[in-house]
Write a protein that binds this ligand. Structure first.
Ligand code: SF4
Length: 84
């Protein structure tokens, strides 16, 4: 079975460092210099979410680790565990 993950991104807290966009194709720097979660949808809490599969996991984990503002999180959708 293919594992699924969810990226949860707090764009409000982005401090415009840009490292996430270098690590993952799912992040792009917008005109206001903050990152956009490409293809993501805004949830009720105002956070951006995107489901990804295992093949995209490592690069997005790198993006989350590199983010100085710690506004990128990844959830394992099988266990519900927040990995980062
Ligand atoms: S690495 Fe973090 S702080 Fe930097 S642009 Fe990406 S989300 Fe924003």
């Amino acid at each position: 079975m293919i594992k699924k993950y969810k990226i949860i991104y707090d764009r409000e807290g982005c401090t415009k460092f840009g490292g996430c966009a270098a690590a993952s194709k799912h992040f792009d720097i917008a005109r206001d210099k903050k990152a956009d979660l490409v293809g993501g949808k805004k949830n009720k809490e105002g956070l951006w979410e995107l489901e990804i599969s295992e093949e995209d996991y490592a690069k997005n984990k790198d993006a989350a680790e590199i983010c100085p503002a710690k506004v990128i999180h990844i959830i394992d959708l099988e266990t519900g565990e927040e990995i980062i």
